[in-house]
Write a protein of this length. Structure first.
Ligand code: 13P
Length: 340
């Protein structure tokens, strides 16, 4: 294992004011998002969509790394340039989603366990040869009546740690994503408690498996009330809850925390990340960055509509959201940026 290479890659991914673009929707998820806006769902539309994203002018000003899906890393731009090469040429590190999805957990109705460890060592070797330098694995935790169970939390934490260890062995930085979902009517406080419990379990398992904390990135949810909770909270309240929760559970040796957006609007995700950096940045051991999918892509997807003529406008929208999140990392985001 080349520890120094892992540490260097991690540093580049969360350095300065940049963040990660998650463009790793599986085919079913990508198709679902296309269907909602009326875009045909096939390999060529998915390829064209990813070409629109990867060729966005100036994307590397705010984006350090892009997480791809396996189909995408085998695809090319229309001119024949592989997407992986296009990203590297643009100064963006290519990454890969390696989990095989969250499946129903046996004996635990309403809960999920992420699969994908079988054969992972060989897949990671191949990805490294293809110049991929980091990976992502997402675990899903649902808050509900009597859930999450300890069994679900522990099984997912264990899988995350085994995945992370395999990644580091292969020279890829693991992005460790335990997502506590926003679905439900739970309060901010309950999300705090569950997120803290999940993170403690994850770091216990990472310690047990010997994962190098300096060579990983944590990708957590923000601490939020459930979507159905009547009491929604201000950005400052969300920022305080999220950072205080992370301070309880995330070791200082972790270089960076890159949030998922989880279905928040682009504006809210930026405002909340900004509030965290305004209120805490100078006092934190880790960088607070972003690894958003929907909160960067959604407006661009709606503008693109699968049409070549809409590409420049869609790219402007993508660039705009990336820059908004860069501003949020610096604590310089405000509503007026949205209209400029
Ligand atoms: P969202 O930002 O849309 O939650 O996606 C992040 C991600 O990578 C999910 O695994």
């Amino acid at each position: 294992m080349n520890t120094q290479e892992l540490i260097n890659t991690t540093k580049i991914l969360v350095a300065g004011s940049k963040g990660i673009l998650a463009m790793d929707e599986s085919n079913p998820t990508c198709n679902k998002r296309f269907a909602i806006v009326g875009i045909p769902q096939n390999e060529e539309t998915r390829r064209a969509y990813r070409e629109m994203i990867v060729t966005t002018p100036g994307l590397n000003e705010a984006i350090s790394g892009a997480i791809l899906y396996d189909e995408t890393i085998h695809q090319q731009k229309k001119d024949g340039t592989p997407f992986v090469k296009a990203l590297i040429d643009a100064g963006i590190i290519p990454g890969i989603k390696v989990d095989m999805g969250a499946k129903d957990m046996a004996g635990h109705p309403g809960e999920k366990i992420t699969e994908g460890l079988d054969g992972l060592r060989d897949r990671l070797k191949e990805y490294y040869k293809m110049s991929i330098r980091f990976a992502k694995w997402r675990a899903v935790i649902t808050i509900g009546n009597g859930i999450p169970s300890q069994a679900c939390i522990e099984a997912n934490a264990h899988a995350l740690a085994r995945y992370a260890s395999l990644c580091q062995e292969a020279g890829l930085v693991p992005i460790i994503e335990p997502e506590v979902l926003m679905d439900g009517d739970h309060t901010l406080q309950r999300c705090f408690e569950i997120t803290e419990k999940v993170l403690r379990s994850v770091f216990n398992q990472l310690y047990t498996q010997g994962v190098i904390l300096e060579g990983m990135i944590l990708k957590p949810n923000m601490v939020l009330p459930g979507l159905g909770c009547p009491k929604q909270e201000s950005s400052d309240k969300v920022a305080d809850a999220t950072v205080n929760c992370l301070l309880q559970a995330v070791p200082a040796a972790v270089p960076g925390i890159a949030f998922l957006s989880g279905g928040q609007s682009g504006e809210l995700a930026s405002a909340r990340l900004n509030a965290m950096n305004v209120r805490f940045k100078s006092r934190l051991p880790w960088a607070l960055a972003f690894s958003f999918a929907r909160a960067i892509q959604q407006p661009a997807l709606e503008i693109w509509q699968g049409k070549e003529t809409n590409v420049p406008k869609a790219q402007q929208a993508l660039y705009h959201r990336a820059k908004c999140n860069q501003a949020a990392r610096l604590g310089e985001y405000n509503a007026s940026i949205e209209t400029t």
